[in-house]
Design a protein around this ligand. Sequence first.
Ligand code: OAD
Length: 409
Amino acid sequence: MNRSSQPPVPRVTRSTGGRLTEPAERLDSVPGPYGKQRRKQTDSALAQDLSQMSMSGQDTLNNSPSASAVKSSSRGGLASVARLVKLGRCKNVVVVAGAGVSTASGIPDFRTPGTGLYANLEKYNIPYPEAIFNIDYFSNDPQPFFSLAKALYPGSHRPNYIHYFIRMLHHKGLLLRVYTQNIDGLEKLCGIPDDKLVEAHGSFATAACHLCYTAYPAEEAKQAIMNDKVPICTFCAATVKPDIVFFGEDLPQKYFLNTQDFPKADLLIIMGTSLQIEPFASLVNTVRSTVPRLLLNRNAVGPFEKVPLRRADHMELGDLEETVRRFAEMLGWNDDIEELMRSQETLSLPTLISSPLSVDQTSCQSRGAPAGTETSRSRAGGQRGASSGSEETDSETDSKSSESSSQST
Ligand code: OAD
């Protein structure tokens, strides 16, 4: 994807809330072994707007109350939202996801003290943790990222219950879109179709030159990185990297679907994110004020740190997988999800990874198939065995979203 020809889009920055040091500032202040560092203007106009919104929200965070104090004002949390869903009041659900969704798959998040990725980067000898995902840093020294990338490449982790819960939202015809910050590809792997998914911080599925954005075969880039070689752009000879979005880089065009999705949403579910990274974090402020927002996380984050909570806000704090299981039980979806997961477990990871298209094929071909039949995503004509005759099928849902998918990159 040649991003140089695209209109300006928001770039990834840290939240300006002041609890954590902004990487670009640190980069400038650390002479380091990396030669001259350029300080990039990291905010587009839109990102600045969004960051300002976040800043005003985060002013309150410095005096934020304890999570338990906030929790006490969550007004029934899960049960209230489950009731709304069962009443048919939530038909355009937007999910906002972060690294906490994948910890149950064995992938560490970024910022949990001790276990998070950023607490475990000593061996890379970088000046501050986020430098590993900073485009200017990468431009000077790609080695730390490439070393880490060997471990980050998808291939050794499977989607967990939480991913399949989101998949089930789609299956029930309720998912407007999932916006994920995760680069592990597990949403795709669990069968959420491309047109329902915005990988806001990119993925390893494609690769390009970090300077001129000339596309490069993703598999060749992976092979080079896995063999400790540097993939080189065939056009300008600069370093190639997988298309995961670094600090200081533009977000993908598909991210702009948010401008149509969030005003349309009738339920926002925020899962497993610290809401620290802009412009993504401020998306949660762009649903209508009457729209229920449900935070499922270990701790209160973003606007949920503020007491009192907004009228329509709910949160359930604790382990995400456990919470989502309870939510699914309340909705009566647990058996369907378990069944869906069982059908996927019969497939090896390489099969899941190598046949992403068959995921959509399976979705489209599931209509009318007998309930309870085992699914193979690699076989045409397979079905998930999780549908009931009265529910909207994936294929019906897919057609609802064809308009928006045609605008995607
Ligand atoms: P963080 O690590 O910042 O936040 C993860 C959140 O999930 C934290 O609030 C955790 O408490 C919570 N969490 C983790 N495991 C959980 C569990 N089992 N149950 C409940 N909650 C749990 O990750 P993100 O918010 O996704 O960007 O980080 C956003 C971005 O920062 C990433 O996309 C990445 C990073 O820098 C780039 O690399 C550009």
